[in-house]
Ligand binder design. Structure first.
Ligand code: AHG
Ligand code: MN
Ligand code: MN
Ligand code: MN
Length: 336
C-alpha cells in the first residue's frame, strides 16, 4: 500500500499548512487563509507567465517604478493580482510591494493581523527570453492591531513568521517556511494543486558553485574580490568552484538551496548597498536559507538582524551553504 498512499493520499500545500497550524493552539486558521490567497496569486501568475509570449504580455508597460526600472507588463499584472489577493483575504493590514512606492494600508473593514512584503515578479529582465522568474514574499505579524504603523514592516527579518517564493520555470515550484524548516511544493496542473515534492529541504553544508554577476568585478570591494579569486584559484589544492548565474534571484537561490554553494549580490563603489531590496528579496531568501541550515551575511552582520529604515532599502547579501558563507565572513572580518 505504501506506494499507492502517495498517489491517493495527496499532501497538498493547504493540507500541509493546516497540519502545521494545528500544532499551534492559538492559530485560528488565519494564516491558512492568507496562504491560500498567496497560492491563488501564484497559480494565476504561473499561467500568465506560461502564455506570456502568446498573450502579448511581453514587453514594457510604459511606466517606471520607484526603483527607476521600466515596468514590464507582467510586473504590473502580477502586482495587481497579488494586491487584490491579499486584500480579499481579509487577513492583511499592510502590504509592501517592489512595484508600489508607498506601503498599502488595508481598509479597516478588510483588515487582518498579517503584514506582507513581496516582489510580485522577480527576474523581470528574464521575462522576454523565457528564462525562469518568480515571486518572493515575507510575512510579519502586526505588533499592535489597534495601532498599525509603518514600523510593523520595518522589523528585522528574524521577526518574520513565514517566507517563501514561487519559481515559474520548467515546473511551478513553491518553497515555503513557517519557521520550522523548509518545504517545496510543485504545481500539478491537472489538479491545480501544489503537491509536497521536496519535504524538509536542507542545504548542503558546503557547495561547489559560486553565483555572482562577474560583470561588476571592476567595482567590488577587496573582500569580495579576494573571495571570488579563492573560488577561481583555490590555494588549498581543492578544485575551482563552478560559476552559475541566472540573473533571477529566485532561480539562483533555488539552485543554491538544492545544490549548495553561495549566492552573492555584493555592494560596490557605484552602489554600496548593492541592488537587492531588504524587505522582499534579502529577508525572505535569508530566512529560507537559515531555516534550511545555511546562513546569510550582509558583509557586516547577519542579514536577518538588519533593521530597515525605509521600505525599499537595499543591502549587499552573501547567502548559501554554511561553510561557504563562513569563508567570506572570515575575509570581511579580517578586513575590518
Ligand atoms: P526584479 O526583477 O524583481 O527587479 O529583481 C531582479 C534582481 C534579482 O532577481 C537578480 O538577482 C538581480 O536583479 C540581477 O541583477 P543584475 O542583472 O544586476 O545581476
Ligand atoms: Mn524590478
Ligand atoms: Mn526581485
Ligand atoms: Mn520584481
Amino acid at each position: 500500500h505504501a506506494a499507492d498512499a502517495n498517489r491517493t493520499d495527496l499532501m497538498t500545500i493547504t493540507r500541509y499548512v493546516l497540519n502545521e497550524q494545528s500544532k499551534r493552539p492559538e492559530s485560528r486558521g488565519d494564516f491558512t487563509i492568507l496562504l491560500s490567497h498567496i497560492v491563488l496569486g501564484c497559480k494565476f501568475v504561473c499561467s500568465a507567465v506560461n502564455k506570456a509570449g502568446l498573450a502579448k504580455l511581453i514587453g514594457l508597460a510604459g511606466e517606471t517604478n520607484v526603483q527607476g526600472e521600466e515596468q514590464k507588463k507582467l510586473d504590473v499584472l502580477s502586482n495587481e493580482v497579488f494586491i487584490n489577493a491579499f486584500l480579499s483575504s481579509g487577513r492583511t493590514c499592510i502590504l509592501v510591494s517592489e512595484e508600489d512606492e508607498e506601503a498599502t494600508f488595508v481598509d479597516p473593514a478588510l483588515r487582518g493581523k498579517y503584514c506582507v512584503v513581496f516582489d510580485p515578479l522577480d527576474g523581470s529582465s528574464n521575462i522576454d527570453c523565457g528564462v525562469s522568474i518568480g515571486t518572493i514574499f515575507g510575512i510579519y505579524m502586526v505588533k499592535d492591531f489597534n495601532n498599525i504603523t509603518l514600523n510593523d514592516v520595518l522589523q528585522p527579518g528574524k521577526n518574520m513568521v513565514a517566507a517563501g517564493y514561487c519559481m515559474y520555470g520548467s515546473s511551478c515550484t513553491l518553497v515555503l517556511s513557517t519557521g520550522s524548516g523548509v518545504n517545496g511544493f510543485t504545481l500539478d496542473p491537472s489538479l491545480g494543486e501544489f503537491i509536497l515534492t521536496h519535504p524538509d529541504i536542507k542545504i548542503p553544508k558546503k557547495g561547489k558553485i559560486y553565483s555572482v554577476n562577474e560583470g561588476n568585478a571592476k567595482n567590488w570591494d577587496s573582500p569580495t574580490a579576494k573571495y571570488v579569486d579563492k573560488c577561481k584559484f583555490p590555494t588549498d589544492g581543492s578544485s575551482p568552484k563552478s560559476l552559475r548565474y541566472i540573473g533571477s534571484m529566485v532561480a539562483d537561490v533555488h539552485r543554491t538551496l538544492l545544490y549548495g554553494g553561495i549566492f552573492m549580490y555584493p555592494g560596490d563603489k557605484k552602489s554600496p548597498d548593492g541592488k537587492l531590496r531588504v524587505l522582499y528579496e534579502v529577508f525572505p531568501m535569508s530566512y529560507l536559507i537559515e531555516q534550511a541550515g545555511g546562513q546569510a551575511f550582509t558583509g557586516k552582520i547577519r542579514a536577518l538582524d538588519l533593521i530597515p529604515q525605509k521600505i525599499h532599502d537595499r543591502s549587499p547579501v552573501f547567502l548559501g551553504s554554511y561553510d561557504d558563507v563562513e569563508d567570506i565572513k572570515a575575509i570581511y572580518t579580517a578586513h575590518e
